[in-house]
Write a protein that binds this ligand. Structure first.
Ligand SMILES: [Zn+2]
Length: 460
């Protein structure tokens, strides 16, 4: 009931202040209240995310659909009448999955099908696939300790699970991700003919989770697949009963010469400092086996929502505010680099860059990468966010796409969200629109909008 009264209060204020003059009369707490209630009310970004994740489900940066997704994103921002909307050319690595992958455990005369998927930038098997005995190891370090003779001619099964006991799943992901990135290279060094990698998730299910693996010209590697955790457990159990079983898999992926796609950018131009920018963004590309709802269609729609809320409330920023939907976070990070390079060429000053790329569940606060003085100033604003249960303001990284702006002296910030379920969906076909909670997503957008409002008003 209390919540409803507060909401009604802000709706009444909203009705009475549709222009900048009225907004200027309000306290910061009142403006931030309006920002949260406007975001909570609106369904526009949520419906746009539904469209993105059902119509552009193959928007990996090197796929033709990434260009269509960028043009569609441009069109929705044009419909919102932002001051400037444009596309920015990006050069990206070019890897295509090809035909759907297949995998079997071959034991006691039976072929047991398992769910596998190739890793981004990885190489394909020969046309008929590969079949061999399996050697299971608990991650990269265990593989490094094996002797060549124990590995030669086999398929290495890297079965390190993400640690479910860590409070922060991002830390657990970081600890286990080396087996996906370096596993195929180390397997090749040891004389293996292939690698099977346990999917990076704490969930035990049948979704294989892809991700990028290292591919450097002339460095030997082997064909590799990620295997769903349920099937990884099955393979491990069967190996205990029968160490001589065989594994078969077939992939059809290929690396091609670099190609071109686009970042999509919308802007509200600043009234006093048009060449000074505060940018909010996410990455528009997603793995080709995934609709990319949490990673990171949701972050993109939140960034656009920040501008929409400013416009709707009649908040006219002093600095220019941009929503940047970067391309190619997943493979070669071309979008973030292209944006920073173009900003430098144009002589644009970037005060702050905020990224939302940790899923769009309940917002918790910000991870902030800046000097101790600026950090202290931002932390002092946490009072404004307490009514919305947003109270984590910590030093830490901003995000992959905005990292190239660090050289510009830009303050980098990442939106922190509840990480509990993020890796259940991450890089898999399970990252579907129905996993999005509209209220949480909108609250995340409002949290970034409130931060942008405070930075725009007070500077850093
Ligand atoms: Zn992401």
């Amino acid at each position: 009931m209390k919540k409803l009264t507060v909401l009604l209060f802000f709706i009444l204020i909203l009705a009475s202040c549709s222009d900048q003059k009225s907004i200027n009369k309000l306290s910061d707490n009142e403006v931030i209240g309006l920002i949260y209630s406007e975001a909570e009310r609106s369904t526009e970004s949520y419906e746009n995310l539904r469209y993105l994740t059902t119509h552009y489900t193959k928007r990996l940066a090197c796929y033709p659909q990434s260009i269509e997704a960028a043009k569609w994103t441009q069109s929705i921002m044009e419909d919102m009448n932002f001051d400037k909307v444009f596309l920015q050319e990006v050069k990206v690595n070019n890897w295509k999955r090809g035909l759907q992958e297949i995998g079997y455990i071959k034991v006691n005369g039976e072929n047991i099908p398992v769910n596998v998927c190739a890793l981004g930038r990885g190489i394909a098997t020969p046309e008929n696939g590969i079949e061999a005995n399996v050697i299971e190891v608990n991650g990269l370090i265990a593989l490094a300790q094996l002797e060549q003779k124990d590995v030669k001619g086999k398929i290495v099964f890297l079965n390190q699970a993400m640690n479910p006991n860590l409070e922060n799943p991002f830390q657990a992901y970081g600890e286990a991700a080396g087996q996906r990135f370096m596993g195929p290279i180390l397997a090749a060094e040891k004389g293996a003919i292939g690698a099977v990698i346990r999917s990076l998730t704490c969930a035990i299910d049948t979704f294989p989770h892809t991700g990028v693996t290292r591919k450097i010209e002339n460095e030997p590697t082997v064909p590799a697949v990620a295997i769903a955790t349920k099937h990884a457990n099955q393979l491990s159990d069967l190996l205990k009963e029968n160490a001589d079983l065989k594994f078969y898999f077939k992939t059809d992926c290929k690396n091609f010469p670099d190609t071109i796609t686009y970042n999509a950018i919308g802007e509200l131009t600043g009234s006093e400092f048009p060449n000074e920018y505060i940018v909010i963004g996410g990455h528009l590309d997603a793995w080709d086996n995934s609709p990319g709802s949490h990673d990171d269609g949701g972050g993109c729609m939140q960034a656009i929502e920040v501008l929409r809320v400013f416009k709707e409330l009649g908040i006219k920023p002093k600095h220019s505010i941009r929503a940047v939907m970067y391309m190619d976070e997943e493979i070669s990070q071309g979008g973030g680099r292209a944006y920073a390079e173009q900003a430098k060429r144009n002589g644009e000053i970037h005060i702050t860059a905020i990224e939302s790329d940790r899923g769009v569940d309940k917002p918790l606060g910000f991870s902030i990468d800046t000097s101790p003085e600026k950090l202290a100033k931002i932390v002092s604003w946490n009072e404004f966010f307490k009514p919305y249960d947003v109270n984590v303001f910590i030093a830490g990284g901003g995000g992959v796409d905005i990292a190239p702006l660090k050289d510009h002296g830009t303050v980098l910030m990442g939106l922190l969200t509840d990480p509990t379920y993020y890796f259940n969906y991450h890089h898999s076909a399970n990252d579907t629109f129905d996993k999005i909670n509209r209220s949480d997503m909108q609250k995340g957008a409002a949290t970034m909008a409130a931060m942008v409002y405070l930075i725009d008003k007070n500077g850093l």
